[in-house]
Design a protein around this ligand. Structure first.
Ligand code: ZN
Length: 248
C-alpha cells in the first residue's frame, strides 16, 4: 500500500489542489490528513468540500475543534484567533458537522497511527527529542505502534527511536527519501500543506510506501499570490497573507 500523508491544510485550497495533482501523478492507494483542515487562510468551505470529494481520511486538528464552536480558541495568538472566529461565520452547517465528526486519533490498516499534535493532545507540539521520548512511550501503550504521523508544527521532521537511542532527522525545506527499519519506532511530520513554517513557501507532503518501508518528502509550488490575495479580500489579518508567501 502507498499512502499520501498530508497535514495542516488550513483553508488554503490553492495549496491543496496543487498537492492533490502531484499525488495523482505518483499513484497512491489512500490519502490521509493529520488535521487542521481550516484556520488561518480564506477558503474553508472550498477546502472541506475538496477534502470530502477526494475521499481523504482525516482526523481533527486543534483549529478544526475551535472552528466548530465546541471549544474556544484560548491560548491562540490574536491572528489565529480572529481567523477562527471568521471561519465560524463562514462554514456551512454541513461542513461544521463534518469537522465535528472527525476522530482525534486514528490507527490506519494496522500499519500506522495518526495524531495531530501529540499522542495525548491535539494542542501539544513535538519539537524536541525530549518531547519525542515521551510520545514514543505513549505509542507503546497505544498497541505498540511503531510508526506515528503527526502535524501541528508545520515543519517536516522524523524522530527515531532505534535500540534505545532517540534522535531527530532534519527534513526541513528538502525533498528526500528515508528508509524505515522494522524494529525501530518513528514519529514523522510531513510538514504543512497550507502554511509551511520552515522558510520554504512550497506546500509539503509525504508518501509512505508500506511495502518498501520508505517515506518520501515532497514540496510543491502553488499560487501563493492567489491564496494571499483572498486573505486580504476576506479582511483576515494581513500577517497571514504575508507569511504564506515567505514560509513562516
Ligand atoms: Zn496547524
Amino acid at each position: 500500500m502507498r499512502y499520501a500523508i498530508i497535514s495542516d491544510i488550513h483553508a488554503n485550497v490553492e495549496a491543496l489542489e496543487a498537492i492533490l495533482n502531484d499525488i495523482d501523478r505518483r499513484r497512491v492507494d489512500k490519502i490521509v490528513c493529520l488535521g487542521d483542515i481550516v484556520g488561518y487562510n480564506a477558503s474553508p468551505n472550498e477546502t472541506i468540500d475538496l477534502v470530502r470529494k477526494a475521499g481523504i481520511l482525516s482526523i481533527s486538528g486543534n483549529h478544526d475543534m475551535r472552528a466548530t464552536g465546541d471549544a474556544e480558541p484560548l491560548g491562540f495568538n490574536p491572528q489565529a484567533r480572529s481567523a477562527i472566529l471568521w471561519t465560524r461565520d463562514q462554514i456551512t452547517p454541513e461542513n461544521k458537522e463534518y469537522l465535528a465528526s472527525l476522530p482525534e486519533t486514528l490507527a490506519v490498516d494496522d500499519i500506522f497511527f495518526m495524531v495531530h499534535g501529540s499522542v495525548n493532545s491535539a494542542d501539544d507540539y513535538i519539537l524536541s527529542t525530549s518531547e519525542a521520548i515521551l510520545n514514543f512511550e505513549l505509542l507503546k501503550n497505544e498497541g505498540d505502534q511503531h510508526i506515528c504521523f503527526f502535524g501541528q508544527t508545520h515543519r517536516p521532521a522524523i524522530f527515531v527511536e532505534d535500540e534505545g537511542r532517540v534522535f531527530l532527522v532534519r527534513g526541513e525545506g528538502k525533498e528526500y527519501d528515508f528508509m524505515l527499519r522494522e524494529s525501530a519506532y518513528y514519529l514523522i511530520n510531513p510538514g504543512a500543506v497550507g502554511q509551511p513554517r520552515d522558510q520554504d513557501e512550497r506546500a509539503a507532503y509525504t508518501i509512505y510506501d508500506a511495502r518498501r518501508n520508505r517515506v518520501s518528502f515532497y514540496r510543491v509550488v502553488y499560487d501563493t499570490a492567489a491564496a494571499s490575495r483572498k486573505i486580504v479580500a476576506a479582511g483576515l489579518p494581513f500577517t497571514l497573507a504575508v507569511r504564506i508567501k515567505q514560509g513562516w
